[in-house]
Write a protein that binds this ligand. Structure first.
Ligand SMILES: N[C@@H](CCC[C@H](N)C(=O)O)C(=O)O
Length: 238
């Protein structure tokens, strides 16, 4: 079985082509542990289904940038511009156009707010759980925020406003246990909360690895940005 490394605006993945051969969960776990390297996660591309694992070897129910990468991979291999597939968070639709890969995200669900450890913010699920804090993105001491990551079993996003409609975002990801180059469901979580406050329908976000856009239409959220292949095909260790 083969794989290759991809980057979705700095969120990095090993993509395993499992379209012809489905693997059991024990084998998937072992492939992640032995092959993930410096990537944030592993995407098993099955026929019509994305199975996503964090770099710790555990499955996560969704990954926004992973879903964009799934769509890009199918576009590369099968030449399709419109790609529909299932994920553990439901049906996903993707479009590849002019170098941008966009997907319709799972519906954001606001579950509450918090005030803890001197921080306050919102708790929201967009396929996976997130907490969202508005703060100084130039000075983040993740050590102070890691207790919140565990308390809420969630990814932690800090954002600041660059100008109206343009945000800086930084995300500490569950299962990576570190800050990543970008997080698509984190960007969507932040945008949903910001859009609710400002009434804007489109938000641009500067992540460490590049720009993402989140647009809202008819109550649905759409995440867009670039994806690139970063390695040749690699033979995987089992
Ligand atoms: N980077 C992803 C989110 C991946 C899953 C997350 N680490 C979790 O365990 O909740 C994205 O782009 O959405």
């Amino acid at each position: 079985m083969k794989g290759a490394n991809y980057s979705a605006t700095g969120n990095t993945f090993l993509v395993v082509d499992s379209r012809e051969e489905r693997l059991d969960d024990v084998t998937k776990h072992s492939i992640v542990i032995k092959n993930v390297g410096n990537n944030d996660g592993v995407i098993f591309v099955e026929k019509g289904f994305m199975d996503f694992y964090n770099r710790d070897g555990l499955r996560a129910s969704f990954c926004g940038n992973g879903a964009r990468t799934y769509a890009f991979f199918i576009h590369e291999k099968e030449g399709r511009d419109r790609i529909s597939f299932k994920s553990m968070a439901g049906e996903i639709e993707g479009v590849v156009s002019q170098g941008i890969v966009s997907i319709r995200m799972p519906d954001p669900i606001l579950t509450g707010s918090f005030e803890e450890e001197g921080f306050s913010g919102e708790i929201i699920t967009v396929g996976v759980p997130h907490i969202v804090i508005e703060g100084n993105t130039e000075k983040i001491d993740w050590e102070l925020l890691v207790p919140l990551r565990h308390l809420y079993d969630a990814n932690v996003n800090v954002y600041s406003v660059i100008e109206r409609g343009k945000l800086r975002i930084r995300t500490y990801e569950r299962g990576v246990e570190a800050e990543t180059g970008a997080c698509g469901s984190g960007a969507t979580s932040v945008s949903w909360i910001y859009a609710k406050r400002t009434g804007l329908r489109r938000v641009e976000l500067k992540a460490n690895g590049g720009w993402l856009t989140v647009a809202f239409k008819d109550g649905k959220a759409y995440l867009g940005g670039g994806v690139e292949k970063c390695s040749e095909e690699l033979e995987l260790l089992w």
